[in-house]
Design a protein around this ligand. Sequence first.
Ligand code: TYD
Ligand code: MG
Length: 466
Amino acid sequence: MAKLQTRYVCQACGKALARPMGRCPACGGWDTMVEEVVEAAPPAGGKSTRRGLSGRSAPRRLAEIEGDVEARLPLPIGEFARVLGGGVVPGSIVLVGGDPGIGKSTLMLQVAIEMARDIRVLYVSGEESERQIKMRAMRLLRPPEGQPLSLPDDLLLVTETNLGEIMQHIRDTAPALVVIDSIQTVYLPELESSAGSISQVRESASRLRELAKSSGIAVFVIGHVTKEGIIAGPRVLEHIVDTVLYLEGDAFQAFRLLRSVKNRFGATAEVGVFEMQERGMAEVLNPSEAFLAERLVNTPGSAIAVTMEGTRPLLVEVQGLTSPSSLNNPRRTPNGVDINRLLLITAVLTRRLGARLAEQDVFVNVVGGLHIAEPAADLAVAAAVASSLRDRAVRADCVLIGEVGLSGELRSVGQVNARLREAAKLGFRAAVVPRRLRQGEPWQPGIEVLEARSLTEALDLALVKA
Ligand code: TYD
Ligand code: MG
């Protein structure tokens, strides 16, 4: 294998240097130099041989290539399988990222345990001792009263951080699935930088990918998202791996969302919903119901949005609270929606609807720790705020769908019928949606559809009369 060397590349202009510099000498950008590992002497003929699939390449006819349908290893945790697009693809490498403490190790140990009932799984930890992992496994496996404990047949555990040793363990034990917990603890001794540095993280992941592709072993790699070091975190790995999953959630809330942001073998933006419990992560099979469980109906400041998370519609409660402010710049505090979305919505409420928000602090909260990125939730956010300000509740049996535009118009969003179907399924009787400009497929039956052209009209329909 060629010798490796470290270089520093400007992320803005691509200039490469041997030493790090605070300012790029080529484009003048500050703090743009990022450490990178390359082979010191690329083989003649260019870099095409760098870390590709093993062996020599040769073009073949499509019909000669085996693999009609990908065979997948069954993954018995449905919410996880849904995010992957089915079972685990052999030879694939999957990154599972998330904040420290969010539940990555717990979830992956559950996956390892369940899959080890059929195939051999090797769980490599650089974070915990084998004993600690065993104790966690026992906690996850604790059987219901009176039932026998059922340990998985073929789960192997090892604590190791040297990637050379890890590769050797993989060759020796020949598992079908490997879990690396975490990529930040793994290091290659031949690189000078320390474990967790960008070059170590990137190079280790590349080696693991090479191994996965050449052996057909599926590899799951856990990566911490670090506040200061997005650079050495999962972001730098996104282009190396086949699939990127993020585990998200509010550390103070039980719900966890597993979201695919990249998937070579399935749809992206798909989500699985879990709840962190005493015995690990439990699948939430009806998330909309769970998110609405604690809702107080007929209380001002609460509205129901329907967001699409991948192909799945989710009903969530958006809460708004306005309260007289003593500040020159009253607070705008969103939790679960983008601050810029909230600023836009409060500006529209103020300028287009004459809402007196200038002397009010405004708080918005999405219940359940969910983060809604979709503008389709704008109407629910606006209604929650307006409802609190006017002290009038939103109709309890009504969901709100639509994007709010700068002129106060209600703008159409995608997949309205899928959203309506989910709302109807949960017993909602009405939905306020943007007025349709073109005739499309008929509205979903079983729910009264109230079309509104503007935010004003929508609020008239949604807020109960005083
Ligand atoms: P962990 O999986 O260690 O997080 P990560 O690997 O992402 O850093 O999860 C840590 C938290 O989960 C910890 O605060 C304890 C909690 N937990 C439970 O609530 N129930 C359980 O069954 C387990 C194993 C952990
Ligand atoms: Mg962990």
